[in-house]
Design a protein around this ligand. Structure first.
Ligand code: SAH
Ligand code: DHB
Ligand code: MG
Length: 222
């Protein structure tokens, strides 16, 4: 079984289930043309985020790591008209491209984009006693994964779902020579496993984006 097969299967279901649409495809094209790395979630993964947001009845979503706004558009499309997606991005160029893509997608008014280090923004949001989020998608610098999960928990309520992208990275998470990203995932997983307020699992994935996986955690009632 090769990476080619995974991609071909993703392409097959993306076709059968109509997972691609012109607005999302254009957002990727605009991002690539602007020089952004092509590390957004796949269409199938984006649709999963969208369905989870709908199943959750999410009115407030937090995303950490915007890039060109591809996953943000999937998530924002699941929001009711008065819903909000708060998305955090370090790189001003990425943020500018995302803003353009949000405009083209017709969802800009549902999105609050904060430019700067996500930890700073999260500290500010925490101090503002804002309404808790219903869903959090963590997909930024992996060494900060534990900090992001802890901040997300602070901004959550019982029942909030937290998803962390890229926790497997071709098995790097358990490899002998682990990089800073893998160590970031491991610190996060070790902490989540001991945190009684969280109930969590990891699902490994293959497809368009290679071999990876995501962590799904639910904030438990006190
Ligand atoms: N969620 C996006 C992909 C995000 S890629 C999608 O699937 O469409 C990761 C992003 O995190 C990059 O744009 C990178 O600039 C951003 N990032 C890296 N470090 C960050 C930090 N400290 N604070 C906020 N964003 C950061
Ligand atoms: C990388 C980051 C991501 O969020 C992702 O989904 C894939 C790759 C990266 O930094 O290489
Ligand atoms: Mg990712």
């Amino acid at each position: 079984m090769s990476e080619n097969t995974w991609s071909a299967v993703d392409a097959y279901f993306t076709g059968e289930l109509n997972l691609a649409d012109p607005v999302l495809d254009a957002a990727v094209r605009t991002s690539v043309a602007a020089g952004l790395p092509s590390i957004q979630v796949s269409a199938a993964q984006g649709k999963l985020l969208h369905l989870v947001a709908l199943a959750q009845g999410a009115r407030r979503i937090l995303e950490i790591g915007t890039l060109g706004g591809y996953s943000a558009i999937w998530l924002a499309r699941a929001l009711p008209a008065d819903g909000r997606l708060v998305t955090l991005e370090l790189d001003p160029h990425h943020a500018e491209v995302a803003r353009r893509n949000f405009g083209e997608a017709g969802i800009a008014e549902r999105i609050e984009l904060h430019v700067g280090p996500a930890l700073d923004t999260l500290t500010r949001l925490g101090a503002q006693r804002i309404e808790p989020f219903d869903l959090v998608f963590i997909d930024a610098d992996k060494p900060n994964n534990l900090n992001y999960v802890q901040a997300a928990l602070q901004l959550s309520r019982a029942g909030t779902l937290i998803i962390v992208d890229n926790v497997v990275r071709e098995g790097a998470v358990i490899s002998r020579e682990r990089d800073a990203a893998a160590e970031g995932v491991r610190r996060m997983a070790a902490w989540v496993g001991k945190e009684p307020r969280l109930s969590a699992t990891v699902i490994q994935t293959v497809g368009d984006k290679g071999y990876d996986g995501f962590l799904l955690a639910r904030v438990q009632p006190a």
